[in-house]
Design a protein around this ligand. Sequence first.
Ligand code: HDE
Length: 699
Amino acid sequence: MTEQHSNDSAKNQDLDQYRVDGGETMTTNQGVKVSDTDNSLKAGSRGPTLIEDFHFREKLTHFDRERIPERVVHARGSGAHGYFQPYESMAEYTKAKFLSNPSVQTPVFVRFSTVVGFRGSADTVRDVRGFAVKFYTEDGNYDMVGNNIPVFFIQDAIKFPDLVHAIKPEPHNEMPQAAAAHDNFWDFISLTPESMHMIMWILSDRTLPRNFRVMQGFGIHTFRFVNEQGKASFVKFHWKPLLGVHSMAFDETQKVGGKDPDFNRRDLWESIEKGNFPEYELGVQIIAEEDEHKFDFDILDPTKLIPEELVPVRPIGKMVLNRNPDNFFAETEQVAFQPSNVVPGIDFSNDPLLQGRLMSYHDTQLHRLGSANFAELPINKSLCPFHNNQRDGRMQMQIPTSKVNYSPNSLGQGQPAPSPTEGFVHYQERVEGHKVRERSPSFKDHFTQATLFYNSLSMPEKEHAVEAAHFELGKVEDKGVRERMVDLFNHVDHELAKKVAMGIGIPAPTQAVSENHGKSSAALSQENTTKTAKGRKVAILATDGVNGEQITAVKTILKDAGVESEIVSKFKGMIKSVQGEEIKVDKTFLTSASVLFDAIYVPGGAASIEALLNQGDAIHFINEAFRHCKPIAAMSEGVELVQNSNIKGVQISDSSMQNDKGVVTAKTSSDPKDFAKTFVEAIAQHRFWMREQKDKVPA
Ligand code: HDE
């Protein structure tokens, strides 16, 4: 093991040689000092610009070439550096060195992304999220290029261009941006039943993650682990965020898209800047080779997951993201992930979707980055040196010093030479068959797991899925497409199909296609995730005359629980508490909104509340937070603001402290500590999706 690999900042140090600061004196790219960068060289101050102005030409021609093609999918993304550390040696299953020594931290670069939108699209659209991790291991780079959903739309890579054409903006008018809710997408899906499992996930809250810190990741395909003895097992990869898996309300995501299109990117950036490092546990489901055929689905079929009840997920290590990139373009935009980047100990399976990806990503990088030398870019460069006889090409950044560039050779002492012992050896799986364009019959069942997923959702999660279908298909003009979709939903669950049909102007199917198998899997519902208040953000509504003590007492306990809070008021600047202290306003009603917070707190103070009662924005804050099922807390006079909002269906006591479905109130004096603790417990619940009558609240 080299020292650099036992150190999580190895990649950081490696990047040091490439870092350039702003410099002192401006120069051209040739290092010539520049005398004036604001006026082009002209023949007379009112005359034409001269072509001999090399600084002008260099500045403009470089600018003209600043963009590279955006990714055809996953164009919008955000990256972070960190490290991965295994909990124990996995040598029994894999010879991958980065999984063998619990004392070694392997540097990683992660890029989270949406799939459909262009590079400048909003973060919070309903979409799958990419979860791609580059491990800079001592044996070379390993890329785990996954998503936040454990299955995929299609079974064979050859259908990918059709899927992506269908979901991207329509070709005649380039609308809609970053949305599946249009005719072309649902037309394709209505004719592609293999997508139905994925579609159930797409309609679920999984496509609305609150932020990347509370998002799961999956390798999706079945891969192989291979150990030192050459024994292989099948493996599925899972990333579990330590803060649990949490989503937003759909209405909320749409509003955030306007208020802060960088919502997820900002959260990732700010969390890392503040030292609240996102953490994810890597888990594996290991399947012995001899068990390949023991399931009632094919483990090579990427539209299927392996229920955790059948094969438990074993946590094997942790990833911590602790450093923001220095430069977005150089790192996040130029990082080139490839599922074909594997290291000894990890190998592929014959999943036909994975097989296609093994060529497509490399081809994409050649096109996007424009040179076969893209692996030499600082963010893509492996930490261990690379040597081969690949030479020249556009933007060659190395200076090979050997005169020998071929193999075999004697003039260079036969080097660089392959190593039969340490080199990557593809797993020698036995294969035979006829050359056929066929889908395996074992890939035929498209509905059993779609039903399994639907059955596993809680009531509110099911309702959200139906609403999502109403939205998505409600935007589809073609009636035939909507009819075909209802028919496909009827193959998943009869009641679901009836509910979907009701909202999209299609007659409900009269008969079930088959009986629902009734099976479910607890791990598939977000209801069963980790509940912690850590990492959440509370808005404190206040103005002059607020009870400062009630702010301090609650803020302290929130902070202890890892919850951030910000004062939101009408104007920026300072407000004065009833105790006379000056309190800084962090955000105003104009620069923020309830949708940017996880919970609301209204402290007392007669003058503050009297003023807020006359501010529609303050009332709207409460209504909207209630509608999105967020915890709301209010103390003493603050309770009046909550009572004067439009919230419905919760008990607010006129005296003692009360917590009814996440509305925590204490009108008469109660211990602020108890109050704050109850509030923290409510925040840990994340959302009170069961809140009755939320739909009656205007917001
Ligand atoms: Fe990708 N995918 N994909 N994909 N994908 C790309 O590569 C492709 C698929 C995923 O942050 C592209 O560098 C094909 C599944 C992520 O830079 C491209 C097929 C999964 C990212 C490509 C799939 C993914 C990409 C576009 C069907 C989850 C972003 C730019 C066989 C397991 C990586 C690029 C980043 C990006 C091709 C399906 C995840 C075109 C052909 C399944 C996270 O090469």
